[in-house]
Design a protein. Structure first.
Length: 226
């Protein structure tokens, strides 16, 4: 399979207002307005989706000032983006859902879990780059209270970094995830609910809220060239 060529892009957060979803195929970089598993634009690879619009996104896009919201929830638009994306991807062969532990990712994953009848596997590896107040997560104890039916596995009580994460560290996480997923036989049936900077580090592409990208995991991914 042809590999998507990666390029260096600064990991400075690009926050935009919510936009209609689209599907970006990394083989030829075409943008598909809707999902059809039978069309040639879909290569049966892993799907990364950026969470829906959060309270942080709403305020920051208007003011460019960090509103200081810890672990923000989705806005009504963000919930609608998640529902619309789940409906559009209903024909995808998804058998596994992975989400970061941030509330905005868990809320985005919820419609997919309901539609496909699947549990949500939690992975801090796919979290956002820690840079803004919104990237302060909720402790495991609080997550358990809010999501009592969710299995958080071996997630630590404080699972987010204590200080700003470097671009190199974010790309290193992306490389680790490429390697981990490339070794799994079900990667082509996996949906990953994640964040702007992690998707950029994985693919070199920037996505708006509620958009997704199709990725073939690469066990030889070079984090320094991302």
């Amino acid at each position: 399979m042809q590999r998507h060529r990666m390029h260096a892009v600064a990991l400075s957060r690009d926050i935009r207002p919510g936009q209609p979803h689209r599907n970006i195929n990394t083989v030829d970089a075409t943008i598909l307005p809707s999902f059809d598993a039978g069309r040639s634009g879909y290569n049966g690879a892993m799907i990364l989706i950026r969470h829906g619009q959060s309270e942080f996104n709403l305020h920051f896009s208007a003011t460019k000032v960090d509103p200081g919201i810890r672990d923000p929830k989705l806005t009504p638009l963000g919930h609608q983006q998640a529902e619309d994306a789940a409906a559009t991807l209903a024909s995808a062969p998804i058998t596994r859902i992975i989400a970061s532990p941030y509330t905005r990712a868990l809320q985005t994953a919820a419609p997919f879990a309901r539609r496909f009848g699947l549990p949500i596997a939690i992975s801090p590896l796919v979290r956002e780059r820690y840079k803004f107040v919104c990237d302060i997560g909720s402790p495991l104890s609080a997550l358990n209270d809010t999501w009592p039916e969710q299995d958080f596995g071996d997630l630590e009580e404080h699972w987010w970094p204590a200080e700003t994460e470097s671009e190199a560290a974010t790309r290193g996480r992306a490389a680790d995830f490429h390697i981990e997923m490339a070794a799994r036989p079900d990667h082509a049936e996996t949906l990953v609910v994640t964040h702007w900077a992690f998707i950029l580090a994985m693919t070199g592409q920037t996505l708006n809220n509620g958009e997704w990208i199709v990725v073939e995991p690469n066990a030889r991914f070079d984090a320094s060239a991302a």
